[in-house]
Design a protein around this ligand. Structure first.
Ligand code: XIL
Length: 547
């Protein structure tokens, strides 16, 4: 397999770059905008030979006032000092502690210079004087021939010493820089020279290691979610009509390698009645559609869900037989479903959402009522009896942060483990753009890992409008959602391979999501927008895998 080698090397190099990826972080210290803002908004004045030629002007072509210097003289000297208060440092020392001049830039808007050859000097000064004696001066000179306003940035490292080299330091100690002088130098006799400037600032640019989602990084079009995930399934919730829709199925098969039926394998969808002899009437139409689609496309199937309090047919809710008969019906049902999909469904959520919110107690349900507090264990036992190979999961929501619920869930899980009836835990990831935090995700996930069980981050969607406060999907929420997805994937990807199972997204497109109808607020919770476009959350998913 020699042809793989270059690919492997390339992958390694790419991984290395991904590891070393940095983002630019800027801190701007505005010195003045001549409109009253900045560290020294008003201290600028004309200086030296030029006398009154330095004026603050208010002219069009700028965002407000700016500074203008005019040189009308006949000699080739003269520049204007901008501001002259030497008692301050332009950036507080503390903030510069670990900076070098390579990180610091002088940024300003500059215009004119009109005549060809107008030389503009920018001088940084340490000391009370204009020029040469006692002060240390560093200078940057350039020629500006046009009159358009432009923003220039000069790295302090590009400043050289000014005036008498014997009296000046070659390299800048940025802690010393206290003044900025901007002026024109004239080499063309009596010609009138002019420079205008505005928005003078020092900018500290740091390269920071990327610790989260980087909106500027591009994702190759050839990359996919499933290819990014090396040792776990990336799943998608599907339904019968969408697996038959070419627009959807193309993305399902391109991006994902596992499916969960959003509703089609729930009890209400399959279980239609019981005849007089106690035989179950089971409708496999929808569940088969999903399983057949997965089989035809080589996708894993996670079965969802055998028992859930929200999907109980009425005839089960109102069953009039004995508890024993009830239990036997549930056993038959679980047995029939698990048996039908033996070797086709890799894993089952056996019981879904059994614990009450903000409590460790079992949620009241017909199952608890009819089968007693051991009903969860009984259901797992029926599933295990029907298929020794299939992986059995307990699945629930809010387990990351509802500590009471978490406690109750792990009591059940530990009991199932003691009876050798459970393989994994599903944390439904119906979360918000700003909650829960990464630390909480890690801590809660570690509870599964330490039990040596499989981890399923099932049902990922990230609400961006949990309180209904926004009417449209803002850039800010878009980025925040991407960052949250990044954290979820990062946490999942960091667990040991042997604990990994799948990370499943609860729907493809924003407008398909159950969130908006369920919570009544318009939301954008998924990885694809309503036109099948990849969102930032999609890019963040892949970035977190490449990290
Ligand atoms: C939801 C589906 O997305 C909706 O279409 C349906 O109307 C209700 O159920 N927890 C679960 C999922 O375990 O089965 C739920 O799915 C979402 C919450």
């Amino acid at each position: 397999m020699n042809f793989l080698k270059p690919f492997t090397v390339l992958t390694l190099i790419m991984l290395l770059f991904a590891q070393l990826s940095f983002a630019q972080e800027e801190t701007t210290y505005l010195i003045t905008d001549f409109d009253g803002n900045g560290i020294l908004p008003n201290a600028w004045q004309s200086y030296g030979d030029l006398g009154s030629h330095g004026v603050v002007s208010a002219k069009p072509n700028s965002d407000g006032k700016f500074y203008e210097q005019v040189w009308n003289g006949s000699t080739d000297e003269g520049y204007i000092v901008s501001q002259s208060d030497i008692t301050f440092r332009l950036i507080p020392k503390k903030k510069l502690k670990d900076k070098t001049i390579d990180n610091v830039f002088l940024r300003l808007d500059i215009s004119c210079g009109g005549a060809p050859g107008t030389k503009i000097n920018i001088v940084l000064v340490d000391g009370p004087n204009d020029c040469c004696s006692n002060d240390v001066n560093w200078q940057y000179s350039f020629v500006k021939n046009t009159c358009e306003w432009e923003t220039i940035e000069i790295n302090l490292a590009e400043f050289g010493y000014a005036y008498d080299p014997s009296n000046h330091e070659k390299s800048i100690n940025i802690n010393k820089v206290g003044r900025v002088k901007i002026g024109v130098d004239v080499f063309s006799g009596t010609k009138r020279q002019l420079v205008q400037f505005d928005n003078v600032a020092l900018v500290v640019k740091d390269k920071v290691a990327v610790t989260g989602y980087d909106p500027s990084a591009s994702i190759a079009d050839t990359n996919t979610l499933k290819n990014g995930a090396k040792d776990f399934f990336v799943g998608i919730a599907v339904n019968p009509s969408r697996v038959q829709d070419a627009n959807y199925s193309a993305v399902y098969t391109k991006e994902f390698n596992s499916v969960t039926a959003e509703n089609a394998m729930k009890m209400k969808s399959i279980f239609k009645g019981i005849d007089s002899e106690g035989n179950l009437n089971l409708d496999w139409t929808n569940s088969d559609l999903i399983v057949d689609f997965a089989e035809a496309n080589g996708l894993n199937v996670h079965g969802h869900t055998l028992i859930w309090h929200e999907s109980i047919p009425d005839f089960i809710k109102t069953f009039t037989g004995t508890n024993q008969e009830f239990e036997s019906i549930i056993e038959k049902y679980i047995t029939a479903v698990v048996t039908r999909y033996k070797d086709k469904v890799d894993s089952w959520d056996v019981v879904n959402e059994a614990i009450t919110d903000n409590s460790s107690a079992l949620r009241p349900s017909v199952f608890l009522e009819r089968m007693g507090p051991d009903y969860v264990k009984k259901c797992f036992q029926y599933a295990r009896n029907a298929d020794q190979e299939v992986k059995l999961f307990y699945n629930d929501y809010n387990l990351v942060f509802d500590t009471q619920k978490q406690k109750g869930a792990f009591e059940i899980i530990d009991d199932l483990m003691a009876n050798n009836l459970i393989d994994g835990v599903g944390y439904q990831m119906h979360i918000d753009y700003n909650f829960p935090n990464k630390q909480a995700l890690q801590t809660a996930t570690a509870l599964i890992v330490k039990r040596k069980l499989l981890v399923h981050f099932s049902e990922l969607d990230v609400k961006t409008n949990p309180k209904g406060a926004i009417a449209e999907f803002t850039e800010k929420r878009n980025n925040a959602q991407a960052q949250k997805v990044y954290e979820v994937v990062e946490v999942y990807n960091a667990i040991p391979t042997e604990n990994k199972y799948a990370l499943t997204v609860w729907g493809l497109k924003d407008d398909d999501s159950w969130v908006t109808p369920r919570y009544g607020f318009l939301d954008w919770p998924l990885l694809f927008d309503s036109s099948f476009g990849k969102k930032k959350a999609y890019a963040a998913f892949i970035q977190a895998l490449e990290k």
